[in-house]
Ligand binder design. Structure first.
Ligand SMILES: Nc1ncnc2c1ncn2[C@@H]1O[C@H](COP(=O)(O)OP(=O)(O)O)[C@@H](O)[C@H]1O
Ligand SMILES: C=C(OP(=O)(O)O)C(=O)O
Ligand SMILES: [K+]
Ligand SMILES: [Mg+2]
Length: 458
């Protein structure tokens, strides 16, 4: 039992081939992330093509998440830059030892500011600011790769939530079966709503909008942002540059709690297995980090550099799946607490999860949009639950949810959809004929909620 936690893998140069992706999918990847901070329409096209081929080979369709660059400030160097501790370097707009691609970056800079590069691996302290010419001292050295993220600790560029690059990326992906859009640097509910309206205009009907919490305003406004989103992502890469690292565990706990109490999908991202970018085996602390993340009941864990540019993308997925299924055993022994239901649909969902658990029976439902599945997942059912869905579009949405196993049965009235779902599970021998099963669907035609328990043993 791989366990209910889902795995998001970033597709990049290391994993863009159909054969590598097929191995990753069969080992447990549930969502493929395309980080549009990098690459081009041509590269994204070939990634989607490889992904389709991998899905065919494995017989499993996964979520397709488009991660928008957002107002990201980056260095614009194309070659590596070696930086030694103590060096005095110049930062300039598209020029200098360290060229930076945003004018707003320089306008907000003051002497004494700490500038972090590449998820904080390199740190500088600003000594002088003359317009777009800045002198800074290297306080943490390293080799700066091309086009790496730049963050001024505690300062967020007051830029619009979407850039021209984001809009063209969304236009490209509008008819590509995308199931999730990750909004980078989400700073307010308004940001999220803006992206949602653009997505709707582009015809991405079912796509869910997840807000990436990457800086101080995202953390401060987590409540309104979570309310406005379908899910939140704890982006530990950028968060670890805005905050000092020892603050990260509490921020992670806070955001998981704020998301879960609002029944929102919650994803933990970045540096879970970063040592496996170079090595075939994780460090002990990475293993424990993943184990603890599962016990914190995130819906999904995200691999970034490990599968995008790492030397061991398949082994990284293998390790994440192995550790999370081990953590699942611990969870099964001491079930996680469930959030309070906030309305009738959630009360029904909670009742269903508890009924299935008390009978130790599989839960089978039919959900036309995937919203019913989201409500059930939010109560963290300990066993996989099966969700009949009308289309591949909804299948991809449901794939992201804790414990949810989507089954495409076509578009039917609820009761017929539920019957087809049960039949399909029986025909694939996922559920056995004599097994007690809890089923549910609501019949909008008759305005009633159907709960049926098959093969009860008294
Ligand atoms: N689509 C891509 N094409 C090329 N390189 C990529 C792609 N996606 C990710 N990468 C590489 O993998 C690294 C880690 O991935 P990720 O953490 O998603 O990126 P970042 O944090 O830089 O936005 C990136 O810095 C980049 O070097
Ligand atoms: C996932 C993250 O965002 P990105 O990789 O797009 O910077 C992060 O900052 O941890
Ligand atoms: K991004
Ligand atoms: Mg980030």
């Amino acid at each position: 039992m791989r366990g209910p936690v889902k795995i998001v893998a970033t597709v990049g140069p290391s994993s863009a081939s159909a054969s590598i992706l097929a191995q990753m999918l069969s080992l447990g990847v549930d969502v493929a992330r395309i980080n549009t901070s990098h690459g081009s329409v041509d590269q994204w096209s070939s990634m989607l093509e490889s992904l389709r081929r991998a899905e065919e080979a494995v017989g499993k369709r996964v979520g397709v998440a488009v991660d928008l660059e957002g107002p990201r400030v980056r260095t614009s160097n194309s070659a590596l830059v070696k930086l030694e501790k103590g060096d005095l370097v110049t930062l300039g707009y598209m020029e200098g030892d360290i060229p930076v691609d945003s004018k707003q970056f320089f306008e907000a800079l003051d002497e004494g500011d700490i500038v972090l590069l590449d998820d904080g691996k390199i740190a500088l302290q600003v000594e002088s600011v003359e317009g777009f010419q800045v002198k800074a001292r290297v306080i943490e050295g390293g080799v700066l790769g091309p086009r790496k993220g730049v963050v001024v600790r505690g300062k967020e560029p007051d830029l619009p939530p979407l850039t021209a690059r984001d809009r063209s990326a969304l236009e490209f992906f509008a008819d590509k079966g995308v199931s999730h859009v990750y909004v980078s640097f989400a700073r307010s509910a308004e940001h999220v709503e803006k992206v949602r309206s653009i997505i709707r205009r582009l015809g991405l009907r079912h796509a869910r909008v997840f807000a990436k919490i990457e800086g101080p305003s995202g953390v401060r406004r987590i409540g309104e942002i979570a309310e406005a989103s379908d899910g939140v992502i704890i982006a530990r890469g950028d968060l670890g540059m805005h905050y000092s690292l020892e603050e990260l565990p509490e921020i992670q706990e806070l955001i998981v709690m704020e998301a879960r109490r609002r029944h929102k999908t919650v994803v933990l991202a970045t540096e879970f297995l970063s040592s496996m970018i170079e090595k075939p085996v994780p460090t002990r602390s990475e293993v424990v980090d993943i184990y603890q993340a599962v016990l914190q009941t995130a819906d999904a864990l995200m691999l970034t550099g490990e599968t995008a540019v790492g030397r061991y993308p398949v082994k990284s997925v293998q390790w994440m799946a192995k550790i999370s299924s081990r953590a699942y055993r611990k969870l099964a022994a001491s079930p996680p607490e469930k959030p309070r239901p906030t309305s009738t649909p959630y009360k029904l969902a909670l009742g269903l999860v508890e009924l299935a658990e008390s009978l130790d029976a599989p839960l089978v439902v039919y959900s036309k949009t995937g919203r019913f599945a989201e409500r059930l997942a939010s109560f963290r059912p300990l066993k996989t639950f099966y969700v009949g869905v009308p289309s591949r579009e909804v299948e991809r949405v449901v794939r992201h949810l804790w414990g949810a196993e989507p089954v495409v049965v076509g578009d039917h009235p609820y009761e017929a959809g539920l019957a087809r779902t049960y039949e399909k599970l029986r025909s694939e021998n996922i559920i056995h004929g004599d097994e007690t099963v809890v089923e549910a669907a609501w019949s909008s035609e008759r305005g009633i909620y159907i709960i049926r328990v098959r093969n009860l043993e008294f």
